[in-house]
Design a protein around this ligand. Structure first.
Ligand SMILES: [Zn+2]
Length: 225
């Protein structure tokens, strides 16, 4: 009889012990971080750093009115960006849109020549609104392209935004990894007037976020603070 009692007690103890282990394991699971309390990348601050006098934010080269590129920075045309631009142009052509590349990579010296020519035509003040000083042009990154229509427009700077081509670009450039670098109504942040023709390659992920938020690199990365 006492053996039976002993056995029952052992079984009971094993059961209690097992339940205890289960409870401890369950409560441990509850204290594990969940998707909600892990800091997601989109909540993290952008990482800004400088390498060989070139500024990067989260790996993206940044150049604007305040941040310049050194004259010796000559990366050439970015192959991925160009490939993506060609895809974009092909798609535009399929849709009977009249788009072509009008400008791509420019090194420091060629930017100087371009600006000199603009100043001669438009004067220094007007030129400053749409043309960057040498070292401050995004075209020096090899990641920026200007597009235009094959058919010439009377006043390209004012008329391009009204074309169906510009409208399509605004809606689809991000699919190919490009942003409209100087969006309408954001010149206070970017330092430049609206340029519906100037595309900057940042990759599809960032391009889509910037498009959806209707923002620009300076605001998105808090670069003017
Ligand atoms: Zn441009």
């Amino acid at each position: 009889m006492s053996k039976k009692v002993m056995l029952s007690m052992v079984i009971l103890l094993v059961c209690v012990g097992f339940s205890f282990i289960c409870i401890v394991m369950l409560s441990n699971t509850k204290s594990q971080p969940t998707n909600d309390n892990i800091v997601k990348p989109k909540n993290a601050l952008p990482i800004k750093y400088e390498k060989n006098s070139v500024t990067y934010v989260n790996g993206h080269v940044i150049v604007n009115k305040t941040l310049a590129l050194p004259a010796k920075y000559k990366p050439g045309e970015n192959k991925i960006a160009k490939k993506q631009l060609n895809k974009l142009l092909k798609q535009a052509e399929k849709r009977n849109l009249d788009l072509k590349i009008t400008s791509g990579y420019r090194n420091f010296e060629s930017q100087s020549k371009v600006v000199d020519a603009f100043v001669e035509n438009d004067g220094e003040q007007k030129t400053a609104k749409y043309a960057a000083k040498p070292g401050h042009s995004e075209h020096q990154t090899g990641l920026a392209f200007d597009v235009g229509t094959k058919q010439s427009l009377n006043d390209f700077h004012n008329d391009f935004e009204k074309t169906k081509e510009a409208h399509w670009l605004a809606n689809h450039a991000a699919d190919y990894g490009f942003i409209i670098r100087y969006p309408k109504g954001q010149s206070q942040d970017t330092g430049y007037a609206y340029e519906p023709w100037h595309l900057r390659y940042v990759g599809p992920q960032l391009a889509k976020v910037i498009k959806e938020k209707n923002t620009n690199l300076e605001s998105y990365y808090h670069l003017n603070k």
